[in-house]
Design a protein. Structure first.
Length: 282
């Protein structure tokens, strides 16, 4: 019985990589169904994403043989079984539009996620969680209790075996330690078109600046606030008559749309890290 896989890799560019990868898969009865590659001229790195079916080898045997194959190319690679939905924990504070949108898309079968829990420093959305039969963990956070709170948060993430953490308008800054633990697997939605208006209250900053476009940015979470690799962005047109409240209301749809796209692409293993940037095979 064939199993479908996604293989992603990056390595120093050289001629023959695509040939070598397709040959490796062919020799093991692999049938390539989708392939994309990119060569970054700035970093000299080559990126590839291959979807293939294979029935001759178990996933463990594939991994063992990939390990040997990848070494001479200095490849960083990942192999994912397509059937495996991505175990996810969502963090939220008091703005629930992105959480609500992700839950509905998930329940509608539009996101290949397995949402295991919702974590919040407020109680606002425990009923929303219950309506989707998702466990809700209220973990208050104060400056004095941040370390203990993060320990509880990480316990939830680990006990659920989460591969992805989504900060769906979660308004607490994660510690450097937690950022390290979640490196490359925590996505935040920032409610501005980064790098403009980093930090708290970006719509106040935008209103004060008199912008004609507002935006939203989904990015990986790093210790440097709102500086993580950008995954997706979008904008909405506004004008001089917009109050901060009007900017905020207009921005909600853009934030939800941008986050959903980023989460979908990440959960389909389409996003590869290229230093402080991303390569996305849509
Ligand atoms: N380590 C990181 N943590 C978080 C990031 C990040 O990129 N790296 N993104 C933020 C979300 N965010 C904007 O999108 C944001 C949230 C909160 C604040 C902030 O300053 N909040 C409080 C301070 C809270 C605290 O000290 O924990 C404040 O208003 O003073 C700024 C930006 C999520 N976390």
């Amino acid at each position: 019985m064939s199993e479908a896989y996604i293989l992603t890799l990056s390595c120093p560019d050289r001629p023959g990589i695509v040939h070598a990868v397709s040959g490796f898969l062919l020799e093991r009865g692999g049938n390539i169904e989708e392939a994309a590659q990119y060569n970054d001229p700035d970093t000299g790195l080559f990126f590839m994403r291959v979807r293939f079916a294979c029935g001759q080898l178990t996933q463990d045997d594939l991994r063992t043989q990939l390990q040997l194959f990848a070494q001479p190319f200095e490849m960083k690679w990942k192999l994912h079984a397509l059937a495996q939905a991505m175990k996810t924990v969502i963090f939220v504070s008091r703005e629930g539009h992105c959480l609500n949108d992700l839950l509905f898309r998930w329940k509608s079968g539009l996101l290949p996620l397995d949402i295991r829990a919702i974590v919040s420093n407020h109680r606002d959305f425990y009923q929303l969680a219950a309506s989707y039969n998702v466990p809700f963990h209220h973990i208050p956070v104060t400056a004095a209790t941040k370390a203990q709170a993060e320990a509880r948060q990480y316990e939830v993430i680990e006990s659920e075996g989460a591969d992805l953490v989504v900060l769906a308008r979660y308004m607490q800054i994660l510690s450097d330690d937690l950022c390290r633990k979640l490196s490359g697997r925590a996505i935040n939605i920032h409610h501005s078109f980064l790098p403009s208006f980093k930090g708290a209250k970006p719509y106040y900053q935008a209103h004060d600046r008199g912008v004609k476009l507002i935006g939203a940015t989904a990015h990986y979470v790093t210790a440097d606030l709102d500086e993580g690799p950008i995954i997706e962005q979008d904008v909405a047109r506004v004008d001089h008559s917009y109050t901060v409240e009007h900017l905020t209301a207009t921005g909600r749809d853009t934030e939800a749309m941008v986050l959903a796209r980023a989460v979908k692409w990440h959960s389909e293993h389409r996003v590869l890290l290229d230093g402080h940037k991303t390569v996305i095979f849509k």
